[in-house]
Design a protein around this ligand. Structure first.
Ligand code: NAP
Length: 488
C-alpha cells in the first residue's frame, strides 16, 4: 500500500452509509492517484443514485432522535470528534498530501483549520435563540423559534478535502440535522477518514454518510431531486453550482453555494511594499493557486508597479516545487493533468495577446502535474487571465492609475468572493472596502479565513455563509408560533 499511516484504520476505501462500511450495490470501484507522481493510491467504492437514496432515508430516520437531543448532548459528540481530528492530525495530513498534493505543512494546517469548525459549531449550536414578538393584538404574542432545516445533502471539492466538509457537517449536526456527503472523486480518502473518526467519536449511525462515487451527476441528481432532502450545500465551481440550483428548484430546496472567485489584490502606491508582496505571495500561490479566495488578479498602481513586480519575481524564484512529502517543498502539483492543460491554455492565450512572462510560463518537465509558478505583465482586462478563475500558480499583474479605476477593475467581473487591498491611507481603506462588490475584503491582509468569520460570496460566487455565528443560519428554519387567547 502506497500510504503509510500511524493508524492504518484511517485508510478506508469503502463508502460509509447508515453507520456501515459498504462496497455499494454493484461492487464497482474507482482509482485514486497521487497528483505528484501518478502513483495509484487506492480503489474506492463507486456508488450511485441507489446508494445515495439509501443514505438519505437513513439520514431521515436518524435525525428524528438526534434533533430531539439537547444541544449540549450533540455538542459533546462534536467536541470528541474535534479532539480525534487533532490526535490524528499527522495521519489525516498524510492522506491529504497523498491524494491532493499540497505540502505537508499546508495539510497539517488544513486539518487544524477543518477541526476548528467542529469545535466552533459544538459551541455555537448551544446558542440557537428565537424571539418573542409583541403583536398588534393585546391577547396574543408571537414567537419565532429556530428548527433544523431537515436532511442536508452536501457536495464538496478536492482543493480542501477536509475543511470544506467540516464547515458544512459541523453546523448541520450541531443544530440537529443529518447530512449526506459526496466528496470530490479526487479526494475521497480524507472524507472517509473523517467518517471513521466520527464513528469513533460516537456519532450515531445515519447522521453522517459519505457516498463516494465517480458519477457525480447521478449522485447529485438524487440529492437534488429527492424530496426528503430539504437543503443542498455545495462548494465548487460556478457552472456546477448553477446546475444544482436549477435541479433544486423542482422541490424548492434551500441551497447554500460556495462557488468560484476572481479575487483582486489592489496595491496602492502608498502601501507597505514588503507587506503587500508577502500578502500577494501567500494569497496567489498557496495550494499552488488552487483556492477559491486566492489572488486571481494583482492590480498595482503605476508608481509602485515595477518595484512590486521585481520583489514578487525574486520571492517566486525561491519557491521549491515538488512532492508534498519532501521536506523542502514549498509548492505542490496541480490536481490533474487537465488542470495543467487548462492553466497553460490561459497563459498561452495571454502571451499570444501580448503578455510578457516574467518568470515561469510552462508546465514543469517530468512526472507529476506540476506548473511553474508564473508572473505575467503587459496584461489587460480583455484577457482570459483577467476574466476567468485561473486556479493555478499564475499571477497576472495589471496596472492602474486612480483609486476609481482600481475599484472599477476589481468589480469588473461576475464573481464576488474575496478582494484584498493594500494602503496606508485610512480614508481609502473605508472607501475601497465599501466600494468593492465582494463577500469578504482583506485590508492589508490576505490570510482572512478562520472558523469565527462569515465566509462566503456575492454575485455569481454564491450565497450563504460558512463559519461564524451566521454559519448556523443556513441549517435552520424560522417557525412562527402565534400564542392566542391570552386574555382568558
Ligand atoms: P467542481 O468541478 O464544481 O466539483 C465540485 C464538486 O462537485 C465535486 O464533488 C464534483 O464531483 C461535484 N460535481 C461535479 N459535477 C457535478 C454534477 N453535475 N452534479 C453534482 N455534483 C457534481 O469544482 P472543483 O474543480 O472540484 O473545485 C474547484 C472550484 O471550487 C473552483 O471554482 C473554486 O473556486 C471553488 N471553490 C469555492 C469555495 C468557496 O468557498 N467559495 C471553496 C473551495 C473551492 P467529482 O469530483 O466527482 O467530479
Amino acid at each position: 500500500m502506497a500510504i503509510q499511516l500511524n493508524d492504518p484504520g484511517l485508510l478506508k476505501t469503502q463508502a460509509y452509509i447508515d453507520g456501515n462500511w459498504t462496497d455499494g450495490f454493484e461492487g464497482k470501484t474507482f482509482a485514486v492517484t497521487n497528483p505528484a507522481n501518478g502513483e495509484h493510491l487506492a480503489d474506492v467504492a463507486d456508488l450511485g443514485a441507489a446508494e445515495t437514496r439509501q443514505a438519505i432515508e437513513a439520514a431521515s430516520r436518524a435525525m428524528k432522535e438526534w434533533r430531539a437531543l439537547s444541544a449540549a448532548s450533540r455538542s459533546a459528540v462534536l467536541e470528541k470528534w474535534h479532539a480525534l481530528l487533532l490526535e490524528n492530525q499527522e495521519d489525516l495530513a498524510i492522506l491529504m498530501t497523498a491524494e491532493q498534493g499540497k505540502p505537508m505543512f499546508e495539510s497539517r494546517g488544513e486539518v487544524a483549520y477543518g477541526a476548528s469548525y467542529l469545535k466552533w459549531f459544538a459551541e455555537e449550536g448551544k446558542r440557537v435563540y428565537g424571539d418573542i414578538i409583541p403583536t398588534p393584538q393585546t391577547d396574543r404574542r408571537g414567537i419565532a423559534i429556530k428548527q433544523p432545516v431537515g436532511v442536508v445533502a452536501a457536495i464538496t471539492p478536492w482543493n480542501f478535502p477536509n475543511a470544506m466538509i467540516t464547515r458544512k457537517v459541523a453546523p448541520a449536526l450541531a443544530v440537529g440535522c443529518a447530512i449526506v456527503l459526496k466528496p470530490a472523486a479526487e479526494t475521497p480518502l480524507s472524507a472517509l477518514a473523517l467518517a471513521e473518526l466520527a464513528e469513533r467519536a460516537g456519532l450515531p449511525a445515519g447522521l453522517f454518510s459519505v457516498v463516494t462515487g465517480s458519477d457525480a451527476p447521478a449522485i447529485g441528481g438524487e440529492m437534488t431531486s429527492n424530496p426528503t432532502v430539504k437543503k443542498v450545500t455545495f462548494t465548487g465551481s460556478t457552472p456546477v453550482g448553477k446546475l444544482l440550483m436549477r435541479q433544486c428548484a423542482d422541490t424548492v430546496k434551500r441551497t447554500s453555494m460556495e462557488l468560484g472567485g476572481n479575487a483582486p489584490v489592489i496595491i496602492f502606491d502608498d502601501a507597505d511594499l514588503d507587506q503587500a508582496v508577502a500578502g500577494a505571495l501567500v494569497s496567489k500561490y498557496r495550494n499552488s493557486g488552487q483556492t477559491c479566495i486566492c489572488a486571481n488578479r494583482l492590480i498595482v498602481q503605476e508608481g509602485i508597479y515595477d518595484a512590486f513586480v521585481e520583489k514578487l519575481r525574486a520571492a517566486v524564484a525561491e519557491f521549491s516545487i515538488g512532492d508534498g512529502f519532501a521536506a523542502d517543498t514549498t509548492h505542490g502539483p496541480l490536481i490533474t493533468e487537465k488542470a495543467v492543460r487548462d492553466v497553460h491554455a490561459k497563459v498561452s492565450s495571454a502571451v499570444e495577446e501580448g503578455a510578457k512572462v516574467v518568470i515561469g510560463g510552462e508546465p514543469q518537465a517530468g512526472a507529476g502535474n506540476f506548473y511553474q509558478p508564473t508572473i505575467l505583465t503587459d496584461v489587460n482586462p480583455q484577457m482570459r487571465v483577467f476574466r476567468e478563475e485561473i486556479f493555478g500558480p499564475v499571477a497576472p499583474v495589471f496596472k492602474f492609475s486612480t483609486e476609481e479605476e482600481a475599484i472599477a477593475m476589481a468589480n469588473d467581473t461576475e464573481f464576488g468572493l474575496a478582494a484584498y487591498f493594500y494602503t496606508e491611507n485610512m480614508g481609502r481603506m473605508w472607501r475601497v472596502a465599501e466600494g468593492v462588490d465582494y463577500g469578504m475584503v482583506g485590508v492589508n491582509e490576505t490570510a482572512i479565513s478562520s472558523e469565527v468569520i462569515p465566509f462566503g460570496g456575492v454575485k455569481e460566487s454564491g450565497q450563504g455563509r460558512e463559519g461564524s455565528k451566521y454559519g448556523l443560519d443556513d441549517y435552520l428554519e424560522t417557525k412562527y408560533i402565534c400564542m392566542g387567547g391570552l386574555n382568558r
